[in-house]
Design a protein around this ligand. Structure first.
Ligand SMILES: *Cc1c(COP(=O)(O)O)cnc(C)c1O
Length: 396
């Protein structure tokens, strides 16, 4: 058999990531590849750093895209900040907190798990109790936007509690960056990692990270060598932080970085606060439509993420058949439940470019058609109109 070129079908991506990628970002990928030490490329990287600082709302010098997906950004934070024997409080309220715990263990650290129900935000009172019970803890780690459940935790409060007990914080902002308010300097976050393919609407495979002064100090004071060669920031900095005297560490994913640069330029053009407002507004429209259909949300209202809508699958409805029909008939991808929520919820993403009026109306109409076929107990003919009423309201 001879292989032929791969031509993917056109899809509308409304799952937990990747999100729709704008043609401008795809076009940037196709620009000529140049050397990763070419002065023109280096100038683009300097500009990218400023754009990432803008997106993270930070002045941290050590702000860069790790050349690998969000999971590698997570690992960068842990391998650089956790030394063998370090006690780390990990707050878990979904899948990604569990991965943080595993990272701590693999670094030789001692995790202390603080658990909340899936669908709830991290409870600051439980963190406070854990900090009191473990005065020897050095770090606190938690997820800002839990993509597995759609819950948003209060980074400012959790960070304040951690700092009061002299702990540094590691924050997972993979799904929050660009979609919900995140203030790295304003909230004094010490280390944060994100992803390219969620609310930044870039291709997957890059992980913006940022480290503040206290985290840098901790890295400098390390007694043991970082267990990862590739993610060791003291080595990565010889390339990213070198100014004019950059040296080879690894070959940067040059064209992928063009794409991230373009996505960040687009974020800057829109204005990050406008992007936050857009996500919120479109979530309100989607919510009105889903509730008109008769569907309900997993997460209590105040903690709901606009960019990740976990809705309960109605009794008797075949989860996989609905998702398959949406994909095959309408080219629409929504997310399945993860881990403990598999088969219980759908995760409808409104991330980055996917957060558009067109997608909201399309998703509601397609979901209604497929659910009606499944004889699900939904109200017909009202969802799209309910969303349109919100879209028409001038509170943007
Ligand atoms: C997607 C995601 C990750 C992992 O990112 P990858 O790019 O898939 O490696 C980590 N944390 C959260 C909260 C995520 O949503």
């Amino acid at each position: 058999m001879t292989s032929r070129s791969f031509h993917p079908p056109l899809r509308t991506l409304m799952g937990p990531g990747p999100s729709d990628v704008h043609p401008r970002v795809l076009a940037a990928l196709a620009r000529p590849t140049i050397g990763h030490l070419d002065p023109e490329f280096v100038a683009m990287m300097d500009d990218m750093k400023g754009l990432l600082q803008y997106a993270f709302r930070t002045r941290n010098e050590l702000t860069l895209p790790v050349s690998a997906p969000g999971s590698a950004g997570m690992e960068t934070c842990f391998v650089n900040l956790v030394e063998p024997g370090d006690k780390v409080i990990v707050c878990q309220n979904g899948v990604f907190g569990g991965r943080m715990k595993e990272n701590v263990e693999r670094c030789g650290g001692i995790p202390v798990l603080v658990q909340d129900d899936w669908g709830m935000p991290v409870d600051p009172n439980k963190l406070e109790e854990a900090l009191t019970a473990h005065p020897d803890a050095r770090l606190v780690a938690f997820v800002h936007a839990e993509t597995s459940t759609g819950a948003c935790s209060d980074v400012a409060t959790l960070t304040r509690l951690a700092h009061a007990k002299d702990c540094l914080v590691i924050v997972d902002a993979v799904t929050s960056l660009g979609g919900s308010p995140l203030e790295v300097d304003g909230w004094e976050v010490d280390a944060v990692y994100a992803g390219s393919q969620k609310c930044l609407s870039c291709i997957p495979g890059l992980s913006p990270v940022s480290f503040g002064p206290r985290a840098l100090e901790a890295i400098k004071r390390r007694k043991t060598r970082c267990q990862s060669w590739f993610l060791d920031l003291s080595l990565v900095m010889s390339y990213w932080g070198g100014g004019t005297k950059r040296s080879y560490h690894h070959t940067a994913p040059i064209n992928a970085l063009y794409a991230l640069h373009e996505a960040l330029v687009m974020l800057r053009e829109e204005g990050i606060e406008n992007a936050w407002r857009r996500h919120r507004h479109l979530h309100e429209a989607l919510k009105a439509g889903l509730e008109a259909l008769g569907l309900s949300f997993l997460v209590p209202e105040p903690a709901r993420l606009p960019q990740l809508n976990a809705v309960t699958i109605p009794e008797g409805v075949d989860d996989a058949a609905v998702r398959a029909a949406l994909l095959e008939r309408y080219g629409l991808e929504i997310g399945a439940g993860l881990g403990a929520l598999a088969g219980k919820v759908w995760r409808i993403g409104l991330m980055g470019q996917s957060a558009s009026p067109r997608n909201v109306l399309f998703c509601l109409a397609a979901l209604e058609a497929v659910l009606a076929e499944q004889k699900a107990p939904i109200a017909r003919g009202v969802a799209v109109e309910a969303a349109q009423r919100v879209l028409a309201a001038s509170d943007r």
